[in-house]
Design a protein around this ligand. Sequence first.
Ligand code: ADP
Length: 396
Amino acid sequence: MKVLVINCGSSSLKYQLIDSDNEKAMAVGICERIGQDVSYLKHTPDGGEKVVIETTMKNHEDAIQMVLDALTNEKYGVIKSLDEIGAVGHRVVHGGEKFATSTLINEEVIKAIEECNDLAPLHNPANLIGIRACANLMKGVPMVAVFDTAFHQTMPPKAYLYGLPHEYYNSYKIRKYGFHGTSHSYVSKRAAEFCGLDINNSKIIVCHLGNGASISAVLNGKSVDTSMGFTPLAGLVMGTRSGDIDPSIIDFIAKKENKTIDQIMNLLNKESGVQGMSEVSSDFRDINAAMDSGNEKARSAFEVFVYRVAKYIGGYVAAMNGVDAIAFTAGVGENDHKVREDVCAYLGYLGVSIDLEKNKARGEEVMLTTPDSKVKVCIIPTNEELAIARETVALL
Ligand code: ADP
């Protein structure tokens, strides 16, 4: 079956058409600057050249129409007719406590997603616009919602409750939800296979280190803890997000600089992390280059990033009373050998021993540890679109 995977943001829409029979992406692309005067569609058919179309997309329905036109275009399309698309899989950021699994979309599900808007005010409304636009343009084609939070719904209360008065959980459902769930689920399963583990009897730590970054503890195939929280701001130091800080800092900065809460949240989400610390960039390629030329702030940001990852791994070894395998994934985890090497240097007490030659690998499944290492450490490239396509087919 051919599955159209849609990841709809407030002004962009990423898509892939995946053939579930061979699990290959037939075409990938993105619509950018939706709602602005000039919008772009960037479309790459498998094995073909990237096509960039400048146009105006008033809204997401226009964008999806452009995507459907591109997929069926005579020159750079990959299907003859839209009838070939068997289903649509939508990435939805927040499913709250309502969705512990992916779900076939109907009016009731749309309403339930709407009820989670409060929890992800920037993302869920955009996801819903994408769902509605597809429903209008592809009448009768089944659609599935795959939630970023769903995989982490197996966390026990001791992992997801905050030390706040209970009424805040009761009234507003303030708790840890965790994100990147589709990636943590996909990578943990693949890591178990790759390391020859029985997923039902395994302790796996997944380090999803991208621009956004999170770590999860996966016990017997189920998430039992993860580093992001009520929102994706918590946990690791990220590209531009601060990760965990003492909440009193917010009050302190507000008073010192006469800033509003909104301004400080913007600072913590967009101007902090590796970018804010280094004053160089949020991108690890730039950080590495700056470190090579002796930039001390870049080095310090790198060290803080790595140290936080190592501490979370240590915490999750404690949470699971051991670990069989640690998997690195996403942009930094798959590509940055120095991050992996420095994180593993903290893990000698676990009996982790990596082969520095193998650690030079990038973006492919590789076992990084030596045969005598007590814990296996590997790179498992994530593929959230494929995971969404698989979930979609499985549900149908
Ligand atoms: P997102 O959270 O946006 O999905 P990705 O998982 O695509 O992020 O990761 C993007 C990040 O990966 C970049 O910001 C950069 O820090 C890092 N990255 C990509 N390629 C490399 C590389 N060759 N070496 C080091 N870091 C890299």
